[in-house]
Design a protein around this ligand. Sequence first.
Ligand SMILES: [Zn+2]
Length: 324
Amino acid sequence: MDRSSEREMATALVYDDRFLEHDTGLEHPECPERLAAITRGLQDGGLWDALRPLSFEPVDRALLERVHDPTYLKRIERNCAADVGFVDTPESPVCPSSGEVARLAAGGVVAAVDAVLNEEAANAFCAVRPPGHHAERDRSMGFCLLNNVAIAAEHLIADCGLERVAVVDFDVHHGNGTQHIFEDRGDVLYISLHQDPKTLFPGTGYAGESGRCKGLSFTINIPLAPGTDDSGYISAMDDIVLPRLDAFAPQFLLVSAGFDAARGDPLGNMNVTPQGFAAITSRLTDAADRHCHGRLVSMLEGGYNLTALAESAAQHVKTLCKRA
Ligand SMILES: [Zn+2]
């Protein structure tokens, strides 16, 4: 492909109104209004019409079972059908349609990966819920049912034949599920920036957790002190994240984009501004340009201050669009 046709490719968007049907109950922070805030933010920022909407289906069952234990998947289905109210832990509430919504969200992320890999889009943002990075292979955790980013990485490796996929996770919480699913493998590099686990859920993600067996040194945890601001995040990106990405030379970059490190988020204690998220994002798109023709798919994880979420996600997407 020549540079002129590359420039014509848009940033793709994964969004579906059905993502609003995952009902977490009264006053739960992981609420449908989060996606409404993001879509409003994209519209107010003049970005909505520039994005290429993708169509997608619920994720393939065989792919899902390569990431998640089949008995766990059945438990999700059973608890949704019986309207039990949650799966495994009350921190992961479900309504009768939540299982199907989660499968649709994961399918959207896979469709985004395929669109970017097939050069139908330059990169993509997936405004999905429920989020995924806390979901373990065999249980839900922290508002997460299916691990969307792990499913995308597994698809790239197992179905698309890639050998090196990097995941960068800047959600304020450590992505325990993603780490555990890949910690003994060398083909998926997992890098997480998050608030010091001594001070925040889920209590994992210490710097000493660095993978095991063939995956040793392919897990990079960067705990940051509460109160870390844009400059702290940018230093961590420049000093640790980018050198590790450059050494790994990924063939595809996946991003767990949580915006709960934003200033004013009720669940995190960080001070990242919307411009800070743009600065983080531009470093990631630069890395994707250096190593994999800009191939990057970003997906929503957390972010619970609706104003900060809308502004931060808009700056993130605006930065992705600059590369499209
Ligand atoms: Zn989070």
